[in-house]
Design a protein around this ligand. Structure first.
Ligand code: ZN
Length: 568
């Protein structure tokens, strides 16, 4: 039962990973960043440029002229759709320092309006002034950050792709802004060749907005920025949102989270969250089968994460809590439906519907799950109502130690560890062992008082420790300490049992001379004890003839050994 559930979960995780769009290639914190910008378009060569950028998984920034954006609405829309930053290069490419402030403002305002309309929603623009000409009037009239450049390959002059490539590559540095014009085919060709060279040289191409964000620089309106060299800051690429499903008041609820400082955009109709999404503000109700697409963004125009696309399944119910009281099975769960089986078959919603306490026959394995319309069946809860009418949540009748555990717990020689558990794999401690021996002896009255620096009056093993030490069953440390938390190995157990049998007067006169393969590892001090308990059939070697004197005893092994004593 466990395996198919786990496999299914793994599959869902795997699918989610495949559906997540990875960050752009080479996106590493602290890497070399560079921004490629295209001016004076869009134009005829722009579509080919977008093809080339898409093939390479590169995002660029397009400083568009308003009048060109009006002529190429589909190209503007495509550039935005494909994740590039849309930016403003004025309406008419006028020399702005010859214009009045009001005229400058109008050049950019008109262009912003066309860019927003033709892109299908881009906003939050940056500006670039034609010819790089700027004065105080322009600075105050632009009302956006002004982006200059640091690498100018003079592509408009040379009109030679190879020259453009060389001029870009030879001048490249971490944090540079490259200026190219996407109205010349040679410029587009040269820029793409430079992209290949610089990518191979370890550069990560980012939009202008990402360049400054990754360097921790907040841009101000009317200020000119030309580059962003490394300065020790780099928050790294924006991580995609994380989606979690839960049941809130019986409804399937989706919660999204993302990095601080980002907004989450999402859609439920399968469309692009950045282009068509709504801004996530709070967990929302959804239903199984629906696909949530989401991306985190600092700005939807040029600064966003990869995308997640998750088709919702019903969440898994929490496993039920199982208990047995007065021979009746009790199941509890927050999920509305509970199912169980008592014939050993797996529990799922085809099992018996639980409506209230159920009488159990001794020797029954109970398997149960929680379920309900909104949930996937939970993982199973198992329990064993033993032949002696004891309930164990961590012992199965198929376990090699099951009968022994049931018997020794029934004889009150060993107790459970609370919460209906036996903890079979837990190791045994000296305090527990002397308590078992003391119980086996019938808790005789103490004949003398022994005190230990490490045993208090409150310790449950106090009487047992006194009895064991005063009867020579257990030894003390050099300072008289009892070391109740000390572990018990097979040979030390042999020693204590032997001395217990001596006290009881049941030690055989002669021990057999069978030898173990690991005979030499037995401490000579325990030699006689090991021989005696082996010949009594209490502590025998494993099927291959090893005694394993130094191996620590688990509670399950202890139960099996005690059960041999019990059935003597
Ligand atoms: Zn220009």
């Amino acid at each position: 039962m466990k395996t198919p559930v786990k496999t299914m979960l793994a599959l869902i995780v795997l699918l989610a990973a495949f559906l997540t769009v990875p960050s752009p290639a080479g996106a590493v914190r602290g890497g070399k960043l560079i921004a490629l910008t295209f001016d004076d378009g869009p134009g005829k060569p722009t579509e080919g440029l977008l093809d080339g950028l898409r093939e390479r998984g590169i995002r660029a920034t397009f400083f568009m002229l308003g009048n060109c954006a009006e002529s190429y609405p589909n190209t503007v829309a495509r550039a935005y759709r494909e994740g590039h930053q849309i930016a403003n290069h004025s309406w008419s490419h006028a020399n702005l320092i010859t214009l009045t402030g009001r005229e400058v403002t109008e050049e950019f305002r008109r262009t912003n309006a066309v860019l927003t309309k033709n892109s299908g929603g881009a906003g939050d623009f940056f500006a670039r002034v034609p010819y790089g000409n700027v004065n105080d009037t322009v600075r105050s009239a632009v009302e956006m950050p002004i982006i200059g450049w640091t690498i100018d390959p003079l592509d408009w002059k040379y009109r030679n792709a190879e020259t453009v490539r060389q001029n870009i590559v030879s001048a490249a540095f971490d944090g540079a802004i490259i200026l190219v014009h996407d109205i010349h085919p040679t410029s587009v060709d040269g820029a793409l060749r430079a992209v290949d060279d610089l990518t191979a040289a370890g550069y990560e191409f980012v939009t202008v907005r990402e360049l400054f964000r990754r360097r921790g620089i907040e841009l101000q309106n009317g200020v000119v920025y030309r580059s962003a060299p490394p300065n020790g800051n780099d928050p790294g690429p924006i991580g995609p949102p994380v989606l979690s499903e839960s049941i809130v008041n019986g409804k399937l609820t989706v919660t999204l989270s993302a990095e601080k400082g980002t907004e989450i955009w999402c859609t439920l109709d399968g469309s692009d969250p950045i282009l068509n999404g709504w801004k996530y503000t709070a967990p929302f109700e959804a239903w199984a089968g629906i696909t949530v697409r989401a991306a985190a963004a600092v700005s939807r125009n040029g600064s966003k994460s990869g995308e997640i696309s998750v088709t919702l399944s019903n969440p898994r119910a929490e496993p039920p809590v199982m208990a047995v009281k007065n021979g009746q099975l009790i199941l509890e769960s927050a999920a509305p439906e509970l199912y169980y089986t008592t014939d050993g078959s797996p529990a799922d919603r085809n099992g018996i519907r639980y409506e209230g306490p159920v009488d159990l026959e001794p020797g029954t394995v109970i398997r149960a799950c929680a379920s309900g319309a909104q949930y996937l069946d939970s993982e199973e809860t198992r329990g064993w109502f033993s032949g002696r009418g004891r309930f164990f949540r961590d012992v199965d009748p198929g376990d090699w130690f099951a009968e022994a555990v049931d018997a020794v717990v029934g004889a009150r020689w060993l107790q459970g560890t609370g919460n209906d558990c036996f903890s079979p794999a837990t190791t045994l401690f000296r305090g527990q062992l002397v308590t078992i021996l003391y119980r086996m002896a019938g808790k005789p009255e103490l004949t003398e008082t022994v005190s230990f620096p490490d045993v208090s009056e409150m310790d449950y093993f106090r009487d047992a420790a006194q009895w064991a030490v005063s009867n020579g069953i257990a030894a003390c440390g050099g300072d008289g300490s009892f070391i109740p938390g000390g572990t018990v190995t097979r040979e030390t157990l042999a020693g204590m049992l032997y001395r217990y049998f001596v006290l009881e007067g049941t030690v055989p006169d002669r021990a057999d001379a069978v030898r173990f393969k690991d005979e030499d590892e037995i401490d000579p001090a325990f030699r006689e004890a090991v021989d005696a308990v082996r010949s009594m059939g209490i502590l025998i070697g494993d099927t291959e003839g090893y005694f394993k004197p130094k191996s620590m005893l688990t509670r399950s092994e202890t139960a099996v050994i005690l059960n041999r004593l019990l059935s003597r």
